[in-house]
Ligand binder design. Structure first.
Ligand code: AMP
Length: 398
């Protein structure tokens, strides 16, 4: 069975086609600048050179039309006709409290997603557009929605309720939701496989450290806490997001700088984090290079980032009453050995002992803690698309 996985952003779209019997990736691609001058599709059949198409793409339907053409193309395609694509899995950011697992898409599901757009105004609308476009172009193909928030729905109320008037939860559903759920779930499952134990007997702290970053506490396969909250702004320091701050700062800076409505939101989401502290870049590679040359603010940005990850790991050790494993994943977690070192330094009291030689690795599923470390530290490349495709296979023919 071939499955198409789609991840739609506001002006971009990522996709993959997987052969699910062997869980093999057949092709992947990216469309950028949808609805903007300079639209481009970059398609890669695995094992072949990239195919690049630069044509105007006015909307998501246009873009998906070109993606489908690329998938069935004689030279760089991976299917003879669209009939071979038996199901489509869509990444959807927010399902509110409505779904705690993936669902087959029906009109009722679309209605529920529309109702959640208030909670994720930047993310859900393009996800919905992508689904609608696929439905028009592939009307008979079953589709499944896989939610970033779903895995975290098992959090107990004490983890997700904010200490603000309860009526805001009741009226507006203001609570902590958590994101990156598909990734946390995937690496937790892989961790169990690597440790050779059932997931439902393990306590795992998963660190998804990419441009967006979050940590989760997973007990017996269920998320009991995660660092992102009502939106993906809460928690760790990120590429351009502040993570946790004193909420009083928002009004204070707005008044001092006489900022227009909405500008603080922009500052905290797009101008803060690693970029905000370093003043150099949101990309850890640039910041690391500057830090090595002695740039104080770049060094500080890295330290603040590591401090916050350690802070959450410590908190989750307490919440879980110990942990069997800490997992690192995503761009920084998978590639940045120095950052992993710094984060795990001086944690021997918690039973964490890194092996600095084993840690000199990137992008590979492996154990990076010392043989006598009580808590295993694991490096696990995430694979959200595979997770989406698996759920799609499971639900498509329900
Ligand atoms: P993601 O959001 O998971 O794609 O991760 C993107 C982040 O990973 C960016 O900030 C990159 O700088 C970071 N990253 C990728 N490769 C490396 C590397 N070799 N060393 C440090 N950071 C990296």
């Amino acid at each position: 069975m071939k499955v198409l996985v789609i991840n739609c952003g506001s002006s971009s779209l990522k996709y993959q086609v997987l052969q699910m019997e062997s869980e093999t990736l057949l092709c992947k691609g990216l469309v950028e600048r949808i609805g903007i001058k300079g639209s481009v599709l970059k398609h890669e059949k695995i094992g072949q050179d990239k195919f690049v198409l630069e044509v105007p793409m006015n909307d998501h339907k246009d873009a998906i039309g070109h993606v489908l053409d690329a998938i069935v193309d004689e030279n760089h395609g991976v299917a003879k006709s669209m009939a071979e694509i038996e199901a489509v899995g869509h990444r959807v950011v927010h399902a509110g409290e409505k779904y705690a697992s993936s669902v087959k898409i029906t009109e009722a599901v679309m209605q529920a997603l529309e109702e959640c757009t208030d909670l994720a105004p930047l993310h859900n609308p393009p996800n919905i557009l992508g689904i609608r476009a696929c439905q028009e172009l592939m009307p008979n193909t079953p589709m499944v929605a896989v939610f970033d928030t779903a895995f975290h729905q098992t959090m107990p109320a004490e983890s997700y309720i904010y200490a603000i008037p309860y009526e805001y939860y009741e009226k507006y559903k203001v609570r902590r939701y958590g994101f990156h759920g598909t990734s946390h779930k995937y690496v937790a499952e892989r961790a169990a496989a690597m440790l050779g134990k059932p997931l439902n007997e393990l306590k795992i702290i998963t660190c998804h450290l990419g441009n967006g970053a979050s940590v989760s506490a997973i007990k017996n396969g269920k998320c009991i806490d995660t660092s992102m909250g009502f939106t993906p702004l809460e928690g760790l320091v990120m590429g351009t997001r502040s993570g946790d701050i004193d909420p009083a700062i928002v009004t204070y800076i707005r008044q001092k700088e006489n900022l227009p409505q909405g500008e603080m939101n922009n500052i905290l989401n797009k101008k803060s984090g690693i970029l905000g502290i370093s003043g150099i870049s949101s990309d850890f590679r640039d910041v690391e290079a500057a830090a090595e040359e002695g740039n104080y603010r770049a060094q500080l940005a890295e330290k603040v980032f590591a401090h916050k990850v350690r802070f959450y790991i410590g908190a989750y050790f307490a919440e879980l009453n110990g942990a069997d494993a800490i997992v690192f994943t995503a761009g920084v977690g998978e590639n940045d050995m120095n950052m992993r070192d710094v984060i795990c330094q001086n944690m021997d009291a918690l039973g964490v002992k890194m092996d600095l030689v084993k840690n000199k690795v990137r992008g590979k599923e492996t154990v990076i803690s010392a043989d006598d470390s009580k808590v295993k530290v694991l490096l696990i490349p995430t694979n959200e698309e595979l997770m989406i495709a698996r759920d799609t296979v499971a639900l498509a023919n329900d």
